[in-house]
Design a protein around this ligand. Sequence first.
Ligand code: HPA
Length: 281
Amino acid sequence: MTNQPFMTLEQMDAAADFVRAHSRHRPRIALILGSGLGGLADSVQNADVISYHDIPHWPQSTVEGHAGRLVVGELENHTVLVMQGRIHFYEGYSMSQVTFPIRVMQRLGIQILVVTNAAGAINPAYAPGDLMLITDNLNLIGMMGFNPLIGPNLDELGLRFPDMSQAYDRALMELARQAARERGILLHEGVYVGLSGPSFESPADLRFLRAAGSDAVGMSTVPEVIVARHGGMRVLGISGISNKANLDGNTTTSHEEVLEAGRVMVPKIEGILRGMLQHLP
Ligand code: HPA
């Protein structure tokens, strides 16, 4: 029953009304901060902070490294809504619950979504601490039957069969490249594959994922991006490479390693975001 419950329009609107009532700001850009990347929220000015606990119907994040609050405020002359900590499918929530925050964003009028995550490098050219611009994703979790759009289609929110040919917005990618160049930040480009987790991948899993064309692997993001695209948002995705995936079986991967790498990556992601926002009309 992991596909259910399906969240309703009334629940989305109750949550959106709550956020509107608790912030002076009317953001058009949203930012989701992945594992170990929550420190980015500290840069938001004139912030209104809303705990996930207080928002009606909002799922609670239970993972270390995810603060569990919305920070709404200003960054580089834009009004932004920052999710400091996300909800993962492996916590036991349904896909509809995992992506509920995206629906609330949609009801709030968010037009641009920037997703970040911590990911393991499958591409041997990537090192821990590097960043990867997500140019496309491999929806392995969806192929296994856990697409977040399974269930009744709410026609007010989007089409039954949305296109995913350009899930990641080309113009936003260009702004991110430009910002990285200007600041001398190395930005790889590649395909992110989304799995459920929570166990890390076996060497055989990783060889399979590599053969299937993926460059980085993680446990989030893809369901959020599908729902954001369904809802008509433009999306940009950046993976922070926290560890080398263990294709040969000779090294281990831990959550502590993922959080530690996050500290190195926060300033670089912040640089790219600031640069992008400066160039965004
Ligand atoms: N695998 C899956 N998810 C991850 C990893 C990984 O190696 N690192 C950070 N998130």
